[in-house]
Design a protein around this ligand. Structure first.
Ligand code: UT7
Length: 338
C-alpha cells in the first residue's frame, strides 16, 4: 500500500522579493504622434484608456535586451552576482525567436552560465505566473535564487494601421530577484492563479504559430499581430481581477484595509477604477503608470512594482497586492509582505 505521507508536498520555506529592476527603451511615442498615422485622437485614447504615451524599442533592440537590462538592475539591488544566478524565468508573449526561449538569450547576456532558463507564456499575467514558479522552486530549496522577468516588445506584434490595438501597447521590461526569506524580512503571503482557455480567441496573435504559419505565399494576407475583442476582454478583466484580489487577500488572512498598495495590471484606467471601487481600496493606495507606458503585457506589473519600490511607495512590513489579467484568458494575484 502506498504511504500517503510519502506523497504529501513538503512545506515550502518562505521566499521574498530581494530586488526589483525595470527598463524602458528610449524612444517615446505620444498620442499626438499616433494622430498623424491612424484615425485617432489624444482625447479618445486618454478618455477611453488613460494612456498618454508609450516606449518603443529601437531597431535591433529585442525583448531579451529589455529583459537583461531590467534583470541587471534587480540583481544589483539584491546584491546578487549574475554569475551566481541559478534560475531565470522570462514571461513574454513577444519572444526574440519561437525557439529557443528568450530566457536563454538573457542567460548569455547576463553571464549567468550556471542558471537554467526558460520562458512562460501567460500574457499579461506572466510575471505573476513566473513569481509562483519561483516561489515553489526557491521555497522548496531546489534553487538558491531566481530572477523573474516580464518583458515585451509588443511594437513588433501590433498592426500599426489598426487604431483598435496600436494605441494600447508599449515595450518594456521589469524584473525581480527571489531569495529565501530570512529573519522575517518579507515574504509572499499568498497567491492565486487562474486560466480560462475557452475564451482564448478574445485576445490572441492568431498567425505566426503552427495553427497559421506565415509562408511566402500568404505573407500579404496573414501576419503575426494582436487581435482583441476589447469590450468582452474588459468585462472579464474587471471580474477576474476583482475575484483574484479578494481570494489572495483572504488567503493571506487580511482584509482590503490592510493593503498598503495595490499594483494592478496597467491596461486601462477604467478597468483599474472599476476594480478599486469593487474592492473598497482607497484610490490613493493604487499605483498607476499606464499613462507613461501603455499596456506592456507581462512587463506591466513588474515595471510598476519596481517604480513603486524605488520611489519609496513600498516600505518594510507593508502588505502589497499585485493583480493581473490577460490573454488565455489568464489571471493572477499575490499578496506580499515587504
Ligand atoms: O492586457 C490584456 C487585457 N486587455 C484589456 O484589458 C483591454 C480591455 N479593453 C479595453 O481596454 C477597451 O475595450 C478598449 C480601450 C480596447 C476599447 O475601448 P471601448 O470603450 O471598449 O471602445 P470600443 O472598442 O467599444 O469602441 C468604441 C468606438 C468604436 O467606434 P463606433 O463603432 O462606436 O463608431 C471604435 O471604432 O471607438 C472607436 N475606436 C477608436 N476611436 C478613436 C476604437 N479605437 C479607437 C481609437 N481612436 N484608437
Amino acid at each position: 500500500m502506498t504511504d500517503p505521507t510519502a506523497l504529501s508536498t513538503p512545506a515550502l520555506l518562505p521566499v521574498k522579493i530581494a530586488g526589483t529592476g525595470s527598463y524602458l527603451p528610449e524612444r517615446v511615442l505620444t498620442n499626438h504622434d499616433l494622430e498623424a498615422t491612424v484615425d485617432t485622437s489624444d482625447e479618445w485614447i486618454t478618455s477611453r484608456t488613460g494612456i498618454k504615451e508609450r516606449h518603443i524599442a529601437a531597431e535591433g533592440e529585442h525583448t531579451s535586451h529589455l529583459a537583461s537590462n531590467a534583470a541587471r538592475a534587480a540583481l544589483e539591488q539584491a546584491g546578487v552576482d549574475p554569475a551566481e544566478v541559478e534560475l531565470i524565468i522570462v514571461a513574454t508573449i513577444t519572444p526574440d525567436t519561437l525557439t529557443p526561449a528568450t530566457a536563454c538569450y538573457v542567460q548569455q547576456q547576463l553571464g549567468s552560465l550556471k542558471a537554467i532558463a526558460f520562458d512562460i507564456s501567460a500574457a499579461c499575467s506572466g510575471f505573476l505566473y513566473a513569481l509562483e514558479h519561483a516561489k515553489h522552486c526557491v521555497g522548496a530549496g531546489a534553487f538558491k535564487n531566481a530572477v523573474i522577468v516580464g518583458a515585451e516588445k509588443l511594437s513588433a506584434f501590433v498592426d500599426w494601421n489598426d487604431r483598435n490595438t496600436c494605441v494600447l501597447f508599449g515595450d518594456g521590461a521589469g524584473a525581480a530577484v527571489i531569495l529565501p526569506s530570512t529573519n522575517g524580512d518579507g515574504k509572499i503571503l499568498s497567491s492565486q492563479l487562474g486560466t480560462d482557455g475557452a475564451q482564448a480567441e478574445l485576445l490572441n496573435i492568431p498567425c505566426g504559430g503552427s495553427a497559421c504559419p506565415i509562408t511566402p505565399e500568404n505573407a500579404k494576407e496573414k501576419s503575426a499581430v494582436l487581435a482583441m475583442q476589447g469590450r468582452e476582454v474588459f468585462k472579464h478583466a474587471v471580474n477576474a481581477m476583482k475575484q483574484a484580489s479578494v481570494e489572495a487577500i483572504e488567503a493571506a488572512g487580511l482584509t482590503p484595509g490592510d493593503i498598503k498598495l495595490l499594483i494592478p495590471h496597467q491596461a486601462n484606467l477604467r478597468i483599474i477604477d472599476a476594480i478599486v471601487e469593487r474592492l473598497e481600496i482607497n484610490r490613493d493606495d493604487v499605483f498607476i503608470n499606464l499613462d507613461k507606458y501603455g499596456n506592456t503585457s507581462a512587463a506591466a506589473v513588474a515595471i510598476a512594482l519596481d517604480e513603486a519600490h524605488r520611489s519609496g511607495r513600498i516600505n518594510r512590513g507593508d502588505k502589497i497586492l499585485l493583480v493581473a489579467f490577460g490573454a488565455g484568458l489568464t489571471w493572477a494575484s499575490a499578496v506580499i509582505e515587504w
